[in-house]
Design a protein around this ligand. Structure first.
Ligand code: SF4
Length: 506
């Protein structure tokens, strides 16, 4: 049974204490079992990024954004466990992610579980509106449990997938998608794996969602549930990232002196899940809307977090231009302006997706505008590469060739390096090297590049949504009216030629 003991609004230190020791958690990094993720050199930067989401509720500049009132427990909660109560909450999410990216310089990681909570709130609410309230009741109890404990959650959606052309039930490996292998009186047993799961080793619990719309044959794969990370049978294998070994070098410039994130594979090896943690069970009708709702929530969030990283990169490029005295040169000013345009475009789309959000449930269930959320993510799949390229252009080849911090710390060559790395006399060589490393570590990171393309769905997934949501018939009518092919057109009330999404039609 879920225990509803009250804590609420944990500090960063309390979060760290909470994940320090987990009896059954099997977490592997580079072939070795990790028993304490908070001190492991590979995972510690990721833990610190999660910690920033808790600290934000207590820091002057973020407190108002990071705290909000939850009508579910009648208390203030951390926004990362909040159910959006209107467009203002959706916009606050984007703003909070932008600000936290400034403090972390990486992916914040905690947003995936937050989006999973909001998705299940809407889906179980829809089920209840259709007369099946059991999942709603369970979910609301789970939500209370999460909010009262201020838990760090991961959201696990992408399955291992096996042969991409085959449906889950057709796979030669039946566990290529997470599935129910046994139904018991007290719960279910699940098997399978979820891949590319953001922040998975540093969370208290993981919420599992189906990754695609399922058919009747795939009913055993239509399952959603939540388990603590140290549930017996759960195995986490953390993936590698560029420059990750630098974390183990003991330096404070070359590696990741600020924070980092990680992704990993989570394996469910015959894991038992009690019924009160199961939110979707073999009912494939909800899988399509669930995927659509979750994906749009996460695509909207990118308008905040990637813009925040864009600010870090623009700032680093600007400061590096100063180190060599070119910050006022017209070609640099022009490139900086282009970077600002690209960055603010992503943010504008994220805010539009928020302010144009709508209610999917009678009692609330606020969702983003799916068209603008998909536009946001599609911009994010392109613009960070442009921003990085412009920053590298401004900074110069040193981004790829700078000597190690250990060279700079070697007394035999320190003087020579200081002499030849320095640009304008007022800015010491070490400051230039620090900015170069910051730019390198953020602008060619998984968090700013690979994740921007593939996180929350690859670019093709957004194009599918554009074609589903855009009303070509309506724009065709507009063209025909203006070209006098047709004299009477039935104009819809909304100015945008848009069709309702699957979820909006429910
Ligand atoms: Fe959050 Fe952005 Fe990372 Fe997704 S990619 S978890 S929205 S910071």
């Amino acid at each position: 049974m879920i225990n509803q003991t009250t804590l609420m609004l944990r500090t960063g230190e309390q979060y760290i204490e909470g994940i320090r020791e987990r009896r059954h958690a099997k977490i592997y990094v580079m072939g070795k079992r990790v028993t304490d993720v908070t001190t492991n050199l590979f995972l510690k930067p990721s833990v610190l990024s999660f910690k920033a989401t808790f600290d934000a509720a207590f820091q002057e500049d973020t407190r108002d954004l990071a705290r909000t009132f939850s009508p579910f427990i009648n208390e203030e909660v951390n926004r990362f466990v909040h159910i959006h109560q209107g467009p203002h909450d959706l916009a606050a999410k984007v703003k909070l992610l932008r600000r936290l990216s400034h403090k972390t310089g990486t992916c914040i990681q905690r947003c995936v579980g937050w989006d999973a909570l909001n998705t299940l709130y809407i889906i179980t609410g829809k089920m209840a509106e259709r007369g099946d309230g059991v999942y709603r009741e369970r979910f609301l109890k789970y939500l209370e449990y999460v909010q009262r404990r201020d838990l760090a959650l991961a959201g696990a959606m992408t399955d291992a997938k096996g042969v991409r052309t085959l449906r889950p039930s057709e796979q030669p490996n039946p566990d290529a998608y997470v599935r129910v292998v046994e139904e018991r009186d007290d719960g279910i047993v699940v098997s399978g794996a979820k891949a590319n799961i953001t922040g998975i080793a540093a969370v208290d619990e993981v919420i599992v969602l189906p990754t695609r719309a399922m058919t009747e044959q795939d009913a055993a794969y239509a399952v959603s549930f939540a388990v603590p990370l140290d549930t017996p049978g759960v195995v986490v294998v953390v993936g590698r990232q560029i420059n990750d070994a630098r974390r183990m070098e003991g330096g404070d410039i070359d590696g990741v002196p600020y924070m980092a994130h990680h992704e990993g594979l989570i394996i469910f090896n015959n894991v038992f899940v009690p019924w009160d943690r199961v939110f979707l069970y073999k009912d494939r009708r909800w899988t399509g809307p669930l995927v659509e709702i979750f994906a749009s929530f996460h695509r909207q969030g990118y308008g905040g977090c990637k813009t925040g990283l864009g600010d870090v990169i623009i700032g680093a490029a600007y400061e590096l231009a100063k180190t060599i005295g070119v910050d006022n040169k017209p070609n640099v000013v022009d490139k900086l302006a282009e970077m600002v345009f690209l960055n603010e475009s992503m943010y504008s789309a994220g805010l539009a997706a928020s302010w144009e959000g709508s209610k999917l449930l009678k009692e609330g269930g606020w969702w983003v505008n799916p068209m603008y959320a998909n536009v946001t993510k599609h911009l994010v799949a392109r613009f960070p590469y442009e921003i990085s390229k412009l920053a590298h252009d401004i900074a110069g080849g040193i981004v790829g060739t700078a000597p190690s911090e250990f060279d700079l710390k070697n007394e035999e060559i320190r003087g020579l390096l200081e002499k030849y790395l320095q640009g304008v006399p007022e800015i010491p060589a070490e400051e230039r090297l620090r900015l170069v490393r910051l730019l390198e570590n953020v602008s060619v990171s998984v968090g700013f590049l690979i994740e921007s393309v593939h996180g929350a769905g690859s670019p093709a997934a957004q194009k599918i949504m554009f074609n589903r949501l855009y009303d070509y018939e309506m724009s065709g009518e507009i063209a025909k009216a203006l070209s006098r092919i047709k004299v009477t057109v039935k104009w819809p009330k909304a100015p945008e030629p848009r069709r309702p999404s699957e979820s909006e039609k429910l």
